[in-house]
Design a protein around this ligand. Sequence first.
Ligand SMILES: NC(=O)c1ccc[n+]([C@@H]2O[C@H](COP(=O)([O-])OP(=O)(O)OC[C@H]3O[C@@H](n4cnc5c(N)ncnc54)[C@H](OP(=O)(O)O)[C@@H]3O)[C@@H](O)[C@H]2O)c1
Length: 408
Amino acid sequence: MNVKPLARPQAVASSTERTVTILGATGSIGASTVDLLKRERARFRVVALSARRNATALARLARELDARYAVIADPNAYRELKDALAGSGIEAAAGEDAVIEAAERPADWVMAAISGSVGLKPTLAAIERGATVALANKECLVCAGALFMRRAAATGATILPVDSEHNAIFQALGAGRREDVRRIILTASGGPFLKWSREAIAAATPQQALQHPNWSMGPKVTVDSATLMNKGLELIEAHHLFALKSQEIDVLVHPQSVVHGLVEFRDGSVVAQLGAPDMRIPIAHCLAWPQRIAGPSPRLDLARIATLTFEQADLVRFPALALARSALEAGGAAPTILNAADEVAVAEFIAGRIGFPAIASLVEATLAAAAQRGLMAEPASVEAALGVDHVARSLALDLLPEIAAKAS
Ligand SMILES: NC(=O)c1ccc[n+]([C@@H]2O[C@H](COP(=O)([O-])OP(=O)(O)OC[C@H]3O[C@@H](n4cnc5c(N)ncnc54)[C@H](OP(=O)(O)O)[C@@H]3O)[C@@H](O)[C@H]2O)c1
């Protein structure tokens, strides 16, 4: 097994102030990060915050956290941001390059929580300057994982996994030597349709898919949890983070979302991380790592929960998981194409233009069309990955009418 250390431990003295930047500050992960920072004001100083177009919320957060720099990706929202920050002394900027510049400004720790492949360039900018990057944006590893891990190794950047399952694995891996790991298990809640029949799932509405039973998250990742594509993307993420092969990464459906990840060592010991389903737990772990800070999340009451259950994922009702595993095993550009097609499909589903089963169908058809056109070579740079992403999106949009018609 080719297992390598995930990160270089860096000592953080409790008296030392840590400077932090949040990319995607106005989102769900951003809000959890902000909540923790507000409780630990003496330990952290905020350098930069970014958002896409929610200028009012961004300006409020920048004022509350006393940030130095606030950046909005959409230039049309610049005036609103500038006005909202008037008199605060906080520098404002707009545009995609300004988001990258926010990541480049010296901060010890960067939360990468922009949603989607648009997060690749700013996250890579933080990695290139050797920062500690708390990685929520799984698309970085799905679309260009080998490149991100290579650049982190070259620059000395530390990547800390924010996704609760990967954070759990990261913590559990501390119990033994990497070469003694037999396999890891990522748990999946199963989403809102876990007990639904295939027919009922076929008629699921966006509103139903956006109701996650355990986690409160942004819309894209919530729909991905309903299709189990999220778990598929996490397989790919785990492959890169922990240098594990597909057959060394298992998935188990665990509807209570209490056990987040497990590591099986070769002596038969299985070490797990447990916690309430609250993203502030893995984020707090990343914020203070390698130390710990007091967290506001509810304490785990196992006696009250009483029963923890586990089952295999049903790949017939949830074909997206099998598609993602195939993309991981195919390698090359397949995961990048999978991700791009899924972003298109989920947006179309949320907009009410395609049905729920069409999400997986569109991803499958896009992968097939890309393979036919010989687009499967591994992207060697972020620009190449974004080029593949772009082509895959237009392929998916071209295939959309056919897929929508088939499904109706
Ligand atoms: N939410 C979770 O519990 C969770 C768990 C594990 C992993 N993740 C991953 O973490 C990432 C963020 O998820 P989320 O649920 O926090 O998403 P979200 O709630 O949709 O928030 C996305 C954030 O990114 C910003 N953003 C979106 N498009 C942008 C662009 N083009 N340029 C710059 N900023 C942009 C948004 O700004 P505006 O508010 O202005 O739109 C917002 O601040 C995703 O990759 C997701 O898969 C999330």
